[in-house]
Design a protein around this ligand. Structure first.
Ligand SMILES: [Zn+2]
Length: 387
């Protein structure tokens, strides 16, 4: 057993981190070692396990056995309750300057249990510019036992000044077999595990959701019927509307419960009971309207993320059609759709399929550039139609 057990298909990263843990031990004992440093940047595509890797590393730095996965230090560090390991996520859409300054001063404290003061920052690509300056100062003058573990999709998401002070750990998309084996070890039946590992293209969290969440699996199947519904122009517009509506509904389900929780926590912090006839505490109305503004922008972001994932699924579907058309001997992403894939492959040619993949990718780019989602998806659906 080890803290790295949950890090799937990342052997090189584990090797790199083990080297650092050994150097950290030497440093603590007063020796000379170069493998350890004060700032690390964990990068990798969504679902590759950036935050899993950072937590495991944080735990291993506290563990007397370098990350046994079983002791009190490992356990509390992994679950976020270790006194010397702080795990932070942005409370709104980004880290504010006040939040960051508070974080920086906590990170400067000496560790309580004697080894390292570890600060794990999820979504490190979401600091405001002023907040980044506060962080930069902390990275420039690190306390002797302070360690920052920043997580971001890629190194390019951070300013060069921050990036250049971090040692980069690059995670890859884990191999499908490794994801399937891991899910099977969690009790998911091996046939399903294999199928969802492919369908999620190696994204472990998404694969698990497809295996256990009925709605997520249904949504994926609906997305993959789009190619068979774009024969007529009417069908194109209907398919586009259905895609965007499904994304809205899924995003709404995610944010509704979160929004209500945040609002009641905010009211509580102001001592606002919400009782009729009682005067509202000073400042609560302004704080709530500020929170609602942040929640609205988060809802928009979630909806775009859900839609983007649907488009990634769709692009993978046409990729499978191309695989069949070219007779390539590689695995299909969507083996459960093989009959439909073969029909479509027979009806068109590789050139048409490539054009369709481009149409899907163009819609992703347009949405990323803030084109109204429905407009972008409609344009895509019409382009998917047979010439
Ligand atoms: Zn341990």
């Amino acid at each position: 057993m080890s803290v790295f057990d949950a890090l799937v298909g990342q052997d090189r990263v584990i090797e790199q981190l083990r080297g650092a843990i050994e150097s950290a031990r030497v440093t603590i004992e007063g020796g000379e070692a170069t493998g350890m440093t004060h700032a690390w940047l964990f990068t990798g595509p969504p679902g590759s396990g950036r935050s899993v890797a950072a937590r495991a590393f944080g735990a291993a730095l506290q563990c007397p056995d370098g990350g046994c996965g079983a002791c009190h230090e490992c356990h509390t560090a992994l679950t976020g309750s270790h006194v010397d390991v702080e795990i932070v996520t942005p409370s709104g859409l980004s880290y504010s300057v006040a939040e960051t300054r508070a974080l920086v001063s906590r990170a400067a404290l000496a560790p309580v249990r004697g080894t390292w003061q570890v600060t794990i920052v999820e979504d490190a690509d979401r600091f405001t510019e002023q907040a980044l300056n506060a962080l930069l100062k902390a990275l420039e003058e690190p306390p002797p036992r302070g360690v920052w573990l920043l997580c971001a999709p890629s190194a390019d998401d951070l300013l060069p000044t921050i990036r250049s002070r971090c040692r980069v750990v690059t995670l890859r998309v884990p191999p499908y077999e490794a994801v399937a084996a891991y899910l099977a070890s969690e009790g998911i039946d091996p046939v399903t595990a294999r199928l969802v590992a492919h369908a999620a293209q190696g994204h472990i969290g998404r694969a698990r959701r497809l295996a256990v969440d009925h709605d997520a699996a249904t949504h994926r199947r609906e997305v993959l019927t789009v190619p068979t519904h774009v024969a007529s122009v009417g069908g194109c517009f209907a398919a586009a509307a259905a895609l965007v509506d499904a994304a809205k509904a899924e995003a709404a389900a995610v944010s509704e419960s979160l929004d209500a929780e945040e609002k009641s926590a905010l009211r509580e912090s102001y001592g606002d009971t919400g009782e009729r006839g009682m005067p509202r505490p000073r400042g609560v109305a302004g704080a709530i309207s500020e929170l609602e503004k942040r929640q609205r922008s988060r809802a928009t972001r979630t909806q775009r993320d859900v839609l983007d994932r649907a488009l990634v699924d769709l692009a993978a579907f046409y990729r499978d059609v191309l695989v069949v058309q070219l007779g390539a001997t590689v695995d299909l992403v969507n083996p459960d759709f093989e009959p439909t894939l073969r029909d479509l492959a027979a009806e068109s040619d590789p050139e048409a399929t490539l054009r369709r993949i481009e149409a899907v990718l163009a819609a992703r780019a347009a949405i990323d550039a803030n084109v109204a989602p429905l407009l972008a998806v409609e344009a895509m659906a019409v382009a998917l139609r047979a010439p």
